[in-house]
Design a protein around this ligand. Structure first.
Ligand code: GRF
Length: 210
């Protein structure tokens, strides 16, 4: 089944761009980015979608009276575009369990560190790299994982590491981790597009290429 991806992003959208480019180059066969969703009107991701000719929506919880109304509208939009897979790429709002249930094991996220360390509420953006440096860890990297009801908690699909260098700052680490994210995310999506991801409780088994 074709992967019909909605990318959710709140910020500048470099991962969103990397995914769109990888799909356009045929690096994620049998997949299409059908929608970009943001809770932030000014998200760079929305501009990226526009220039790539991909439909985009700005939808904010603040415009709705209740969670229920917000979630129903979001689900309706996803349904309209026949989305069957969600890639969170710097999306800063927690998805409600109603959405997670509807897309169980079909929502993934990228995190700029090696989970399960340095994840959880408040661990986003530069805070992650600050925490890595403060801990004295010698390696860091990026993780693509399944999204479940807890922050940064679901089964891990792929990780890639880099060394933390003695003179690294949070900014330099962020700068060196980002290109890894851009490589890793399309790789993970490709595994789903090829139906090679099997989930057994907290473990992801990647099936051999046919
Ligand atoms: C990335 O570091 C991603 O891992 C994190 O938020 C950042 C988003 O960057 N969740 P961008 O908006 O994709 O450029």
């Amino acid at each position: 089944m074709e992967l019909r991806i909605a990318i959710f992003a709140s910020g500048k959208g470099s991962n969103c761009k990397a995914i769109i480019e990888a799909v356009n180059k045929g690096q994620v066969p049998n997949a299409k980015v059908v929608l970009v969703v943001s809770n932030n009107k000014n998200a760079g991701a929305l501009d990226i979608a526009r220039s790539a000719g991909i439909p985009s929506v700005w939808i904010s919880r603040q415009s709705f009276d209740s969670d229920e109304e917000f979630n129903n509208t979001l689900l309706k939009i996803l349904n309209e575009y026949q989305v069957n897979f969600i890639a969170l790429a710097g999306y800063l709002k927690k998805l409600d369990s109603v959405i997670i249930q509807q897309f169980r094991n079909r929502i993934v996220n990228i995190h700029p560190a090696l989970l399960p360390a340095f994840g959880g509420k408040g661990m986003y953006g530069i805070h992650v790299h600050e925490a890595v440096l403060a801990s004295g860890e010698k390696i860091t990297g990026a993780t693509v994982h399944i999204v479940d009801e807890e922050y940064d908690h679901g089964p891990i699909i792929l990780q890639e590491t880099i060394n933390v260098l003695p003179d690294d700052t949070p900014e330099s680490l962020a700068e060196r981790v980002l290109p890894i994210e851009h490589r890793l995310y399309p790789k993970a999506l490709r595994l789903f597009a090829e139906d090679r991801v099997k989930i057994d409780k907290q473990q992801v088994i990647i099936l051999q290429e046919q």
